[in-house]
Design a protein around this ligand. Structure first.
Ligand SMILES: Nc1ncnc2c1ncn2[C@@H]1O[C@H](COP(=O)(O)OP(=O)(O)O)[C@@H](O)[C@H]1O
Ligand SMILES: [Mg+2]
Length: 318
């Protein structure tokens, strides 16, 4: 729960709904773009519910179809089909007394939707190849990044199943609609990385945050989290500045139709080489000039030209 960063007002109202629905076994349908935090919301509902001590079982609804899907959900008995060498439980049984999280539910194959609906009626089923009726006590939370109502209109999703799953809807907005949360997320994700990778947490220049707030984050929170992890792992700077961001990210801020001239490409490469060398030599300008085979005077000129401010540090060279 403490993992979840709220920030915007809309997220507080989501949390209010989460707290309400957690207490009761109602079916919840979480919608929102990929990477907005749907699975995290589902986990929080589970952890706030009386089922918290029991399993939370996520299933990706789209990757399997037909018998494979049935097998994944309901399990099989020994000898039920070639390769069924022993009895195996499906996700429904694994989630008994807990929560089954159906991710990307709009991708549930049409042919399997009816079986699924039937189980949701009474939570009774057979394992494939079995006669025993298995009864489970499972809470269903589903998520989709598509407009499920629209899938119903297109005939790709059963209307009856839609209403079954959609008892309480929760919409998680994209990150671009709650950009004020970005500074908090940056701070929290860097904290997490510092703990996970046992490295000191760097500071972040305000220009970096400005840039992050200008970007639309099509991959939402996941994209921001992954980018920060990448920058954190690949750099040892005390402060993250714009130059330390990956070029494929910075590319979003350039005019894609503009072709760089050779001078620009050369300058960028030069700047990067100087910064990297200085960094590796803990800011020793004399050695940097020597290694780059330029005179100290030329190095001073270039440091000024590219506005590189790198003071000699007490850290040992890498
Ligand atoms: N509000 C948030 N606070 C902290 N981490 C978040 C938040 N929203 C998303 N994340 C993180 O972003 C990543 C993507 O979230 P996830 O729940 O898998 O998204 P979705 O299921 O919508 O694709 C996960 O690592 C998750 O922990
Ligand atoms: Mg997901």
């Amino acid at each position: 729960m403490h993992e979840f960063i709220l920030g915007a007002e809309v997220m507080h109202s989501i949390m209010q709904t989460v707290n309400q629905v957690a207490k009761h076994d109602v079916n919840v349908l979480i919608t929102g773009e990929s990477g907005t935090g749907k699975e995290l919301v589902a986990k929080i509902i589970h952890l706030q519910s009386p089922r918290a001590e029991n399993p939370f079982v996520p299933v990706n609804s789209g990757i399997l179809s037909g018998l494979m899907f049935e097998d994944k959900l309901f399990g099989h008995e020994k000898g039920a089909f070639t390769g069924a060498i022993c009895q195996e439980k499906g996700c429904f049984e694994m989630a008994d007394k807990g929560t089954l999280f159906l991710d990307e539910v709009s991708d549930l194959p049409l042919e399997n939707q009816i079986d699924f609906l039937r189980v949701l009626e009474d939570f009774c089923f057979h394992r494939i190849g079995g006669n025993e009726i298995i009864e489970v006590d499972v809470r269903i939370i589903s998520a989709t990044n598509k407009d499920l109502k629209n899938e119903v209109k297109k005939g790709l999703f059963r209307e009856d199943l839609f209403y079954r799953l959609h008892v309480v809807p929760i919409y998680v907005p994209p990150l671009r609609d709650r950009k004020n949360v970005i500074p908090k997320m940056v701070d929290r994700f860097l904290n997490q990385s510092a703990i996970n990778f046992k490295k000191p947490k760097p500071a972040v220049k305000p220009e970096v945050i400005d840039l992050f707030c200008r970007y639309d984050w099509p991959g939402n929170v996941r994209e921001l989290k992954n980018l920060l992890e990448r920058v954190f792992i690949l750099n040892d700077y005390d402060t993250i500045s714009v130059e330390h961001l990956p070029s494929d990210f910075l590319w979003h801020f350039k005019d894609p139709h503009r072709i760089k001239d050779l001078e620009e490409i050369r300058s960028e490469a030069e700047k990067k080489a100087i910064m990297d060398t200085l960094h590796r030599l803990a800011g020793d300008k004399e050695k940097t000039a020597k290694i780059l085979r330029i005179s100290p005077r030329t190095l001073r000129y270039k440091l000024q030209k590219y506005n590189i401010k790198y003071e000699r540090s007490s850290k040992p060279p890498i």
